[in-house]
Design a protein around this ligand. Structure first.
Ligand code: DX5
Length: 207
């Protein structure tokens, strides 16, 4: 049985106070903190380093080391951006003590991640994007639940994560489809009581 993991998305946090926002979410019961790396600019509040890279595969490779050093527990990369180097990426992520995951955009078929799950050195999490990656506050795409259902049936003990538009009104759809890792940005950071939302999200996955 897979465990629920609730991961507030830091994209919705107060970027001027990332460290205290992270601590606040952990106090509210978050299991993980979800940090997005986008558009070639990688900002780390902890080390105050901004990395500018020219290509996705270069971004992915140069960010593994500093994120591992900063203490990240997992590193999830887009299957669309790693067609030619995912094996190397998985190897590198694991060598830095992190859990490798792969994510797929709404327009990418679920079959595209099967090779990464069937490999002798597989990823250990699949993130099914339920919005187009880029920013918070978008509308949940229920049609992505077919991917979650298919994955759960094929890989009963896999960590299946969803990200985009998750909150009290959409969590039951995701949980009943089989998602157990829930990324939520605006529904948690925008709540007057984030702890209550985190508890509700977790309870839906547990039930
Ligand atoms: C979108 C990001 C998500 C987003 C989620 O590119 O990956 O993490 O911040 O925010 P909400 O929960 O508001 O859709």
């Amino acid at each position: 049985m897979v465990k629920p993991k609730i991961a507030p998305s830091m994209l919705s946090s107060d970027f001027a106070n990332l460290a205290s926002e992270a601590e606040r979410m952990l106090r509210c019961g978050a299991d993980w903190l979800h940090m997005d790396i986008m558009d070639g600019y990688v900002g780390y509040s902890g080390s105050r380093h901004i990395w500018i890279a020219t290509s996705w595969s270069q971004i992915l490779l140069i960010t593994v080391e500093p994120l591992g050093k900063a203490g990240a527990s997992g590193f999830t990369f887009h299957v669309e951006a790693s067609k030619d180097n995912w094996k190397e990426l998985v190897q590198l992520i694991k060598s830095k003590g992190m859990t490798p995951g792969v994510s797929l955009k709404p327009g990418t078929p679920i079959e595209d991640v099967y090779p990464l799950l069937e490999d002798e050195n597989p990823v250990e999490l699949v993130l099914v994007m339920t919005v187009e990656p880029g920013f918070g506050g978008q509308k949940f795409m229920p049609e992505m639940m077919d991917k979650v259902r298919t994955l759960r049936k094929k890989y009963p003990s896999l960590d299946i994560e969803v990200d985009g538009g998750l909150g009290p009104s959409t969590i039951d759809m995701a949980a009943s489809a089989g998602a157990n890792c829930i990324v939520a940005g605006s529904s948690v950071f925008g709540a007057s009581d984030p702890a209550q939302v985190i508890t509700l999200l977790r309870k839906s996955v547990e039930d």
